[in-house]
Design a protein around this ligand. Structure first.
Ligand code: PLP
Length: 253
């Protein structure tokens, strides 16, 4: 016979969980959820990478994520990222830059990251290519697309994406891998799916116009729209809140 349910003891156990235990439990739930969504979409979950977005999180939290097998880490702000990279240099981490890029930051980004998801103009791409150390493999690039065409959002407009892709593909220090987007916020699954479907179709158009490229990456889906992103073909989910919990420090994103 099952033991009687003891709500008070359960609450005490929850409170007694350490921050690391909460993180492990969040990651396990998230992985199960991703596997379920992939099954619903008839997709192989192995083709979906989970990128842990660690802006505002401290180095212990990032180390915990890595200990749980999340070795792809995404950061938005260079200074904050460099501090964590230095503190965690003993760990095997693949670092992704996902924030807005100022020209005067490109050298450090080119030197210290494996991926950049937020390239939206050729000038920045040229600098990243020129400044990528030749001792390192080319920098993996996703073009950030302003898929919902919002006036205030960064990202190349869909109508300009093919031209930018052509320019980026020609740069020796970079490997163009695909597209990234942050669609207009919506809690409606159909609306979320429509934006992600547009990004996938744009990727397919660019791939057929530039068949020499391997555009294997759709960087789409965050904590609030994981299901829609997987249904529409995401290969890389950028997830913060569902892993680490709500962000408490003041931040724009
Ligand atoms: C913060 C951020 C995320 C993660 O957002 P959550 O809602 O916390 O999962 C993903 N992508 C980008 C570009 C971000 O800035």
């Amino acid at each position: 016979m099952a033991a009687p349910y003891q709500p008070e003891r359960d609450v005490e156990q929850k409170i007694a969980m350490t921050h690391s235990q909460v993180l492990s439990s969040n990651i396990a739930s998230l992985r199960a959820h991703i596997a379920q969504c992939a099954a619903d979409a008839r997709r192989n979950p192995a083709e979906i990478t989970l990128l842990a977005v660690s802006k505002t999180r401290n180095t212990d939290e990032v180390a915990d994520a890595v200990a749980n097998g999340l070795t792809n880490i995404g950061e938005n702000y260079l200074q904050e990222a460099r501090e964590k990279q230095q503190a965690l240099s003993h760990l095997n981490i693949c670092w992704h830059f996902i924030g807005p890029i100022q020209s005067n930051k490109t050298r450090e980004i080119a030197e210290h990251f494996s991926w950049v998801h937020s390239v939206d103009r050729l000038k920045i791409a040229r600098r990243l290519s020129d400044q990528r150390p030749t001792s390192l493999p080319p920098l993996n690039i996703c073009l950030q697309v302003n898929i919902s065409e919002e006036a205030t959002k960064s990202g190349v407009l869909p109508s300009n994406a093919l031209d930018l892709a052509r320019g980026v593909a020609a740069l020796p220090g970079l490997t163009l891998r695909g597209l990234m987007a942050i669609p207009a916020a919506s809690t409606d699954l159909a609306e979320q799916r429509q934006a992600f479907a547009q990004l996938r179709q744009l990727r397919d158009q660019i791939a057929s116009a530039l068949p020499e490229l391997t555009l294997d990456t759709l960087s789409m889906g965050m904590s609030g729209d994981i299901d829609a992103a997987i249904l529409e073909g995401s290969t890389l989910l950028r997830v913060g809140t569902a892993i680490f919990g709500p962000r408490t420090s003041a931040t724009k994103n």
